[in-house]
Design a binder for this molecule. Sequence first.
Ligand code: ATP
Length: 338
Amino acid sequence: MIRLDAVTKRYPGQDAPAVDGLTLSVREGEIVVLLGPSGCGKTTTLRLINRLIEPTEGRIFLDGEDVTRVNPDELRRRIGYVIQQVGLFPHMTIAGNIGLIPRTLGWDKKRVGARVDELLDLVGLDPGTFRGRYPKELSGGQQQRVGVARALAADPPAMLMDEPFGAIDPITRERLQDAFLELQARIGKTIVLVTHDLTEALKLGDRIAMLGERARLVQYDTPAAILAEPADEFVASFVGAGAAMRRLRLVEVGSIELVPVEAVGAVSTSVRADQSLYEALDAMLRAGDEGAVVLDEDGRPAGAVSWSAIVRETPHAGGAPSAGPPLTRAPNGESGRR
Ligand SMILES: Nc1ncnc2c1ncn2[C@@H]1O[C@H](COP(=O)(O)OP(=O)(O)OP(=O)(O)O)[C@@H](O)[C@H]1O
């Protein structure tokens, strides 16, 4: 869907390129997170995709089409763009802000109005309450939702998001991230999102592109794989000491080999098969149990999970687990919540 082919960006007057020969493919409908230290070229990479910045070398494709040959205004209508500062026009109402692109596309008033209401609904803001307000009359989190609604106005197939939840307090941020994942489950856009927050990357990314200096692609993999098998010391140090604990949040209880209920003795703890190992462990610790009964969709015991089984499933100094079913990513929202 989006493909960068040996893309280089040299800013005028800079010795080293900000992006040096980056090749990266993003599949249709997936969220790819660009993650890396400050100054490694994440924002530059993102802006190259919608041509807010022109590449020095290389090519970028959207749906197989070379974007460097497309009129930039037309291109930006096909790619929604969400930034941290939201960038709403202060003198325009919320409806005015969201309807901006549809109006420039020449939609009639009625169609714009209907689209604005539909989008406000979609991002969880009551149209009657918010349509006529001005940006300064909204909280930071509400403005953020309007920013997303505006980016989606012309129903673009792709969306670029630059630290979209960066300037928001941690609790609101988590709520917005959950709402964003629920929204994405419905709209299935192709999304490239920039963050330097590992927790956010692990939660939101279908895949994470770990970037080093000059946007060198160090590792490109699922969150679980990045935690379990960091490609090198740089990734390992970025992922940090909590990798094994973080990974517990990404593995569903039902994806590991369960033991018979009798094997865990008399325990009072039960968890659903679609909860994460992290949640299972948390429940076990709170109850002082060494195991938990695992319930299937109908609430019937499907087996049990034990403390030792969780330890076996977690990569450790003795090596990653070799047997057992592949890692399953816990569904976002519910059990993937951080
Ligand atoms: N307009 C510019 N002119 C010259 N150099 C620039 C310009 N914009 C960015 N740079 C440089 O390019 C490099 C990459 O910057 P970029 O903003 O893409 O990094 P980033 O990974 O998004 O950083 P952060 O996480 O701190 O936002 C940096 O060294 C930066 O100083």
